[in-house]
Design a protein around this ligand. Structure first.
Ligand SMILES: Nc1ncnc2c1ncn2[C@@H]1O[C@H](COP(=O)(O)OP(=O)(O)OP(=O)(O)O)[C@@H](O)[C@H]1O
Length: 325
């Protein structure tokens, strides 16, 4: 908990997730200033702001940059901190919060700030596709279609994710991909291909339950194209942690991979949609980012961990409901 006049930049994305972020600045100051941190707060106004602000903080020698938002804000902030000494802090308040959930950072803001106060730092891997960094998941196929649909919605939050998922499922057509990794080449018609640094998309949807951010490798999950009932079963397994046992799944670990498809098309990077080339060169960068995390690493147990996390989410929502003015 020791800090001596170390500067932190708090970057708040006001539109991430649901609800007001007004209480964040006083909360961060109240918790971190008494233990010697100096906090400056900035709000993002548009896409890309967090990267610009975090880059400036690195130049000015800030000790840490705290991203208050979802995976998109975390990505924009973290990409400026890769291979620097500046530490990333996460105050999750987005719609999915995949990286924070993977790391065991609580969704309750006061508890998340306490993790930063405790000062434990993990040297985390990150992935990059055609040079663009991702910290949680990169994907092509159905998940890319969902993130593109979600980005077009006016309202954010987990319920909007459910609506976007159903809307895209009805009209989705799987594509053929070739994946080259670990000396093997595989050509498949796939529902989606997810390349994961962390275990989940967000909202406790475990696309790569065994993923670790400190193993120097990425977990690649291919969901083969199947009939609608089989695919729906995969959807259920996503939330129990048993997805790797589903017969539609092929998963493996690799430090690097190349994915080919017939043409340039949609993809997502930590849940943010983008258009990417037909050839996707993917690489893991071991220990390239410093993050404030809980000291105890989360050990994933199928069914148990998802139930524990769902119970924690419900408790957090109920507390928020009662604390509402
Ligand atoms: N003031 C702003 N107005 C509009 N968009 C913004 C603003 N500030 C940041 N953004 C953009 O908002 C997008 C969504 O942010 P973020 O991903 O953090 O929230 P989310 O999508 O609700 O959560 P998650 O990614 O966990 O699902 C990002 O692309 C970010 O660049």
């Amino acid at each position: 908990m020791e800090a001596t006049n170390r500067r932190l930049l708090l970057i708040i994305n006001p539109i991430s997730g649901l609800g007001s972020k007004e209480t964040f600045e006083p909360l961060v100051r109240k918790t971190l200033e008494p233990i010697g941190y100096e906090v400056k707060t900035v709000y993002t106004c548009a896409r890309g702001d967090a990267t610009r602000l975090a880059r400036q903080a690195v130049k000015e020698g800030y000790y840490g940059v705290l991203a208050a938002g979802g995976d998109g804000t975390v990505n924009e902030t973290a990409r400026a901190l890769c291979h620097t000494d500046t530490i990333l802090g996460i105050i999750p308040c987005g719609s999915g919060n995949g990286l924070a959930r993977h790391l065991g950072i609580p969704i309750d803001p006061a508890s998340a700030v306490r993790i930063i106060a405790e000062g434990h730092v993990t040297e985390s891997d990150f992935g990059a596709v055609n040079g663009r960094p991702f910290f949680c998941t990169f994907g092509v196929g159905f998940d890319a279609a969902v993130s593109s649909n979600f980005a077009r919605q006016h309202r954010r939050g987990p319920l909007t994710y459910i609506r976007s998922t159903i809307a895209e499922y009805i009209k989705f057509h799987p594509q053929v991909y070739t994946v080259s990794a670990n000396g093997h080449v595989l050509t498949e018609k796939a529902f989606l291909i997810a390349v994961c640094n962390a275990s989940q998309y967000g909202n406790n949807a475990y696309i790569a339950p065994r993923a670790s951010i400190t193993d120097g490798e990425l977990d690649i999950t291919i969901i083969h194209a199947g009939n609608p009932l089989d695919t729906a079963m995969v959807g259920m397994d996503l939330f129990t942690g048993y997805i790797n046992q589903n017969t539609l799944i092929h998963s493996f670990r690799a430090p690097a991979a190349v994915i080919y498809r017939q043409q340039t098309g949609p993809a997502h990077l930590d849940g943010e949609p983008l258009t990417i080339d037909d050839t996707m060169e993917i690489k893991c960068h071991p220990a390239g980012l410093r993050i404030f995390t809980p000291e105890q690493e989360v050990v994933f147990r199928p069914l148990i961990t998802p139930i524990e996390n769902a119970a924690r989410d419900i408790a957090c929502s109920v507390t928020r409901l009662f604390n509402r003015k």
